[in-house]
Write a protein that binds this ligand. Structure first.
Ligand code: NDP
Length: 307
């Protein structure tokens, strides 16, 4: 197909100003503009955060996220619409967020911030603080996110193991387990960190059995997708003391409902699906779009093609 008009869908606003990306792409040999829902049909290609049914009318849709679980692959395929995603850019961004969670738990920073809101001078118990050096983290998913987490935590002296569909080794992971050995993989870890995509296989992969297999003093982190975790089982595990705490960026329902007990549980850090937010986000997306426009021109396969 020929590209004449590329629209930056206004849903990307949740992550960066759409006009920043449109300006970044202004040197492309096509018309680029910020569009709302009623202008989708007039485009050949769309860059977007959210899904819209009208996307089935265009030739190419680029997701600014790595996770494309909300897009109907079968319908894209049936209507000959190319879908590309943004895996490959979030490694250090999410890795540093995860390091922040772990440092908060180890150095009690979340307690101090909470105390500061109340003007309360309250030192931790003598045995509450610990250091990350020498601890072990088991990372579920060894792709872009998992490798970024392994790299940043590795630099803090954390021993990192991984879980993927096969047990084949991955650089940065001291040991790799296959998914069927998940319970064994999490058993000795101080931290269990989910960086998995949501698929039929990963939905509720982390359930009560996994929390039961974890150490009682272990922390759980989810920066992948909410439904990979049985959230009711997680809440039970936290309330019963089966595990020590959790840091969560993604949830079964987003925004996290006001009545969720996760907001108020001790030793739980809640962040609003922003583990990868950075001022550089639009540039990284712009680079992927540039790459794919030039591949289209030279007849090469799309980079990061999903459908
Ligand atoms: P990648 O494709 O690079 O990595 C996915 C990893 O998951 C691979 O290591 C793959 O291993 C593993 N995997 C897939 N299925 C299974 C399974 N059934 N059992 C065990 N391992 C499995 O993706 P990214 O790292 O870029 O992104 C991962 C997900 O993280 C995204 O899909 C998105 O949902 C989420 N995300 C969240 C962000 C946030 O802001 N919180 C930001 C960016 C991404 P293998 O193929 O070897 O089995």
């Amino acid at each position: 197909f020929e590209l004449e008009r590329l629209g930056v869908h206004d849903s990307v606003e949740a992550v960066f100003p759409p006009s920043e990306l449109a300006d970044f792409l202004a040197d492309l040999p096509l018309e680029v503009g910020v569009i709302g829902d009623d202008e989708i049909a007039a485009c050949d290609a769309v860059v977007t955060l959210e899904y819209r049914e009208a996307f089935l009318e265009v030739d190419w849709v680029h997701s600014i996220q790595a996770g494309v679980d909300r897009f109907p692959f079968d319908e894209f395929e049936a209507d000959d619409v190319v879908l590309t995603n943004s895996t490959g850019i979030h490694d250090r961004w999410v890795g540093e967020t995860v390091a922040g969670y772990l440092l908060s738990f180890a150095r009690r920073l979340h307690d101090h911030v909470a105390n500061q809101q109340e003007r309360r001078w309250d030192q931790p118990e003598w045995d509450e603080g610990f250091t990350l050096s020498g601890t072990t983290a088991c990372v579920l998913g060894t792709g872009t996110l998992g490798s970024g987490v392994a790299e940043v935590l590795g630099s803090l002296g954390v021993r990192v193991t991984g879980v993927r569909r096969s047990a084949a080794p991955v650089p940065g992971f001291e040991e790799v387990y296959a998914t069927e050995d998940l319970l064994e993989a999490v058993a000795d870890a101080d931290f269990v960190i989910v960086t998995l995509p949501l698929t039929d296989e990963t939905r509720h992969l982390v359930d009560a059995d996994v929390f039961e297999a974890m150490r009682g003093d272990a922390y759980f982190v989810n920066v992948g997708r909410g439904p990979v975790v049985d959230e009711a089982a997680l809440i039970d595990a936290l309330e019963s003391g089966t595990i020590e705490g959790a840091a969560l960026d993604v949830f079964e329902t987003e925004p996290l409902p006001e009545e969720s007990p996760l907001w108020e549980l001790d030793e739980v850090i809640v962040t609003p699906h922003c583990a990868a937010f950075t001022e550089d986000y639009f540039r990284a997306i712009g680079d992927i779009v540039h790459e794919n426009v030039s591949r289209l021109e030279s007849g090469e396969e799309f980079y990061n093609r999903v459908v």
